[in-house]
Design a protein around this ligand. Structure first.
Ligand SMILES: *Cc1c(COP(=O)(O)O)cnc(C)c1O
Length: 465
């Protein structure tokens, strides 16, 4: 055995103790950690011939990177949709590393980690009140979840015309409708060989909405004269957290033949609260749903699930099978995750989710969700009442989309946001909505309190132009 490895093996308890101490120190002081830094120019150091060993490597990391690690997991990181990590999620994530399993087969040889994954999918269905006719799995993020769902939709579309796109490639134009698809959906279309230009835009409802105008959609469907299509809908658009009308979409299913996908990356969490679950009413009849776990579920990156109706398992396996690996058995007969989703080998991503769901239960998540929405409303109320700012859309759930008041200030928005972020007390991201430059604040972190919102309101007041 290599001598550094041998040394570290013997020293493991002390190495992990150091990491634990450092981790606790970081998290205990997360409130004071800057939310952004001016990234220094770092020169890349070459790989050394002899390793430094774990302890010196930790020192090297601390010397070079630790100080510039920002509080992305802290309470005032409101850019994009960035969740934190609950204590139990960290426990599960550490253990996923320690046990280092690769969830694949359920029955037969190998380990039981696939069973943990299946049990965790069941917990996810329970959390959202979804029926058991979905099966699912863990991927790295909502991008890969959208990709996975749309890959099976693509196979379904081919099958409607007797084609096997997974085997033979795409030979027909795939008809796809969507109103406000997330950028990752468009990226999935290019990765799937469908082409990012090849989706057909559906108009949205009038009146500051981002939801599908269903009458307009029906006109578009009529032009297909009975051809199948794929409909991509939203539970929570990024700018204004709008939801499509799932009850009405379900009704369309009686008239038309389509694959129905819902991107519910963070909007799914509306289902955790009696106050907001009406937003996803009717979603249980969709063919596929994308849900991110590293956002509102508050588990560490990289974590998301896809849910696809179990009746499509055959299509799903056709899409993802390793068909030229005889040692893996017949992919249609022996369930194995590696024939079910994009990756072959994966870490046990289910474990942090399993830990956090078991530790905090339905009530814990209801409170995380309701707290985030309350905080978005708190910031929204300030924006509405302060003459220097204006809302670009009503606060529908957990995001505030706002800008500087007055058309004459449009050219100052980017600079203003830079100044706000430069305080390092809060981090928000720019956007464009309805042709206006704006700022987005998304609330999903379990740590955030109304004191945090007050602190940011002070920052906004002090820096107003
Ligand atoms: C964040 C997000 C995605 C992409 O998710 P990643 O986890 O970054 O891959 C897709 N759709 C929606 C609606 C999102 O909010």
């Amino acid at each position: 055995m290599n001598e550094q490895l041998k040394y570290d093996q013997e020293d493991l308890a002390s190495l992990l103790e150091k990491v634990k101490k450092q981790g606790i120190a970081f998290l205990d002081a997360i409130e004071d950690r800057p939310t952004s830094v001016i990234t220094p120019k770092l020169s890349t150091l070459p790989l050394n011939e002899n390793g430094f060993g774990g302890e010196s490597t930790l020192e090297l990391f601390n010397q070079r990177f630790e100080k510039i690690m920002v509080a992305a997991t802290g309470p005032r990181y409101w850019g994009y949709v960035v969740g934190g990590a609950t204590p139990a999620a960290i426990m599960g994530d550490w253990l996923a590393t320690i046990y280092d399993q690769n969830p694949q087969a359920i029955a037969g040889q190998g380990d039981v980690s696939a069973l943990i994954e299946i049990e965790t999918i069941q917990l996810i269905l329970d959390l959202f009140g979804l029926p058991n006719d979905f099966s699912g799995g863990f991927v790295t993020g909502a991008t890969m979840s959208n990709f996975t769902c749309l890959a099976v939709a693509r196979q379904w579309f081919g099958k409607q015309q007797g084609k096997d796109f997974a085997k033979d490639g795409i030979s027909e134009k795939i008809r796809i409708f969507s109103a406000v698809p997330h950028s990752s959906t468009i990226k999935s279309l290019s990765m799937l060989g469908i082409g990012s230009n090849n989706f057909e835009q559906v108009p949205v409802l009038a009146g500051n909405r981002e939801a599908i105008d269903l009458e307009a959609l029906e006109l578009q469907i009529a032009s297909l004269v009975g051809q199948p299509f794929i409909l991509i809908t939203s539970a929570g658009t990024v700018n204004t957290v709008d939801f499509d009308d799932f009850v009405a979409i379900e009704k369309l299913r009686q008239k038309y033949k389509f694959w129905w996908h819902i991107d519910a990356a963070f909007g799914a969490f509306a289902a955790c609260s009696p106050a907001y679950k009406h937003l996803v009413k009717g979603w249980e009849t969709a063919d596929s749903i994308t849900i991110d776990c590293h956002k509102w579920l508050n588990v560490p990156y990289e974590n998301a699930v896809f849910l696809i109706k179990e009746k499509y398992q055959r299509l799903q396996v056709e899409t993802f099978q390793n068909s030229n690996a005889p040692y893996l058995g017949d992919p249609q007969e022996n369930f194995n995750f590696l024939n079910f989703l994009p990756e072959n080998s994966r870490r046990l991503r289910a474990l942090p989710v399993w830990f956090s769901l078991k530790a905090y239960g339905k009530k814990g998540y209801r409170e995380i969700v309701e707290n985030a929405v309350d905080l978005a409303k708190q910031l929204g109320t300030f924006v509405e009442n302060d003459s220097n700012f204006e809302l670009l859309a009503p606060v529908r759930l957990n995001t505030v989309c706002f800008t500087l008041a007055g058309a004459e200030n449009q050219n100052k928005v980017v600079d203003f946001l830079s100044k706000v972020n430069a305080t390092a007390k809060v981090f928000m991201t720019p956007t464009v909505y309805n042709g206006k430059k704006g700022i987005r604040a998304a609330f999903v972190n379990w740590r955030t309190t109304s004191g945090d919102v007050d602190m940011v309101i002070e920052v906004l007041k002090n820096l107003k132009t």
